[in-house]
Design a protein around this ligand. Structure first.
Ligand SMILES: [Zn+2]
Length: 152
């Protein structure tokens, strides 16, 4: 059966039909009053205390940035973390990337096959479509970061 692709969080990144990275972007919002950019998106009010407020509009964020920090998760976190204790634990790598234009740091998982040993602070990264989880009918999509120039 063909699974339906659904974003794990609606409105945080552009939709894609396949795994093509081209055109895939994180989505934030920008305040028309002060120019502040928010990710995760802020749709209610500008959080800049020095701003009188303005319209918040959706903006695509920089497709690239540089590694600010990174780590890996090699063991299953304790409850309330939800996971199947019978399933083997698959290590994953977390990357904090400072986006090129916004200079804000965004967390995400590294693309499959990219481990902590492949990363270094300052390395140029790009945001790419990824898969968080799959169940019977749904592929839950998210974003991943991978080093620029690496096909994973
Ligand atoms: Zn503002």
């Amino acid at each position: 059966m063909e699974r339906t692709r659904k974003p794990v969080v609606h409105g945080w990144f552009t939709q894609t039909t396949g795994s093509a990275a081209e055109g895939f972007r994180l989505l934030g919002t920008k305040c028309g009053g002060c120019g502040a950019v928010f990710f995760p998106r802020e749709d209610a009010f500008c959080r800049n205390p020095g701003c009188a407020g303005g319209d918040l509009t959706e903006v695509p964020l920089s497709p690239r940035g540089r590694v600010w920090s990174y780590t890996d998760g090699r063991y299953r976190p304790p409850a309330p973390y939800v996971s199947d204790p019978e399933a083997p634990w698959e290590p994953y790598t977390l990357v904090a990337v400072e986006l090129e234009a916004e200079r804000m740091v965004v967390l995400g998982q590294a693309a499959p096959g990219i481990g902590a040993a492949d990363l270094a602070v300052g390395m140029e990264m790009e945001v790419v479509p990824g898969v968080l989880n799959e169940d019977a009918g749904t592929t839950w999509t998210t974003w991943h970061f991978r080093p620029v120039g690496v096909d994973a």
